[in-house]
Design a protein around this ligand. Sequence first.
Ligand code: NAD
Ligand code: ZN
Length: 253
Amino acid sequence: MSELEEKIAQAREIIDCASNIVVLTGAGISAESGVPTFRGQEGLWQNYRPEELATPDAFWKDPKLVWEWYDWRRNAVKDAKPNPGHYALAELETQGKNLTLVTQNIDGLHQMAGSSNITEMHGNLWQIRCTKCGEIEQNFEVPLRQLPPKCKKCGDLGRPNVVWFGEMIEMALIDTILKAIEECQVMLIIGTSGVVEPAASMGLVAKQTNKTVIEVNLDETPSAGLYDIVIREKSGEILPLLFSSNNNRTLSS
Ligand code: NAD
Ligand code: ZN
């Protein structure tokens, strides 16, 4: 058995025995669906880094520019389909385990794959929130007809309903996630660079409370040394091998 096959077998067994699992996903799980990650070269748009645009300051300085970037991101996601990683997680949900799926992604691909119990930590790309009255509109227009878009209710400026750098995630949401980590036996961390808080610390919280942590990520991450099993492969190839109803699948190398 190769080292990778051994890790997969170990991870499968751990997941199989667990009744309570928390999964945290990041942009990497959608990379094989063609959605650019932030850290990769393709995350750049017109030479801006995401950190320069995904902020309240950038938005209030130039709402049109920030919306043009979101329009580009919506366009990059509009034809994307879930990949085997998303589908494997949706299937895990049907296996009678208590599964909490937390995602930093805003692309909606977990929903499209059939997962139903999803905590979207950073919001959703297909929602526009009014900066004045807070009204949230589901909007799938690509490209957007009006840039920046206006609120359908009060006519004021709309913003993407996402959490930007420097903004707070609702405390109640964090509490729910921490509680789920506290109650789980196993935490899976998939396709997240581990540098954006508070998601970055969630694996540490799991370790501090003696949970088994399994990471699937293509590249090195800052906290990998603390985790129990670390698989440096594509999530779309590995996740279908980790869950028991996919017994018949094998590594194609
Ligand atoms: P990130 O871009 O910082 O990191 C992505 C990680 O995924 C990297 O460590 C990379 O090595 C890994 N990766 C790339 N391809 C992979 C694959 N096929 N299989 C496994 N791992 C792979 O993303 P992040 O950690 O999620 O955090 C940054 C922020 O980016 C979040 O706030 C998120 O909302 C936002 N974001 C979301 C999307 C999306 O919704 N799809 C896309 C880009 C950024
Ligand atoms: Zn409004």
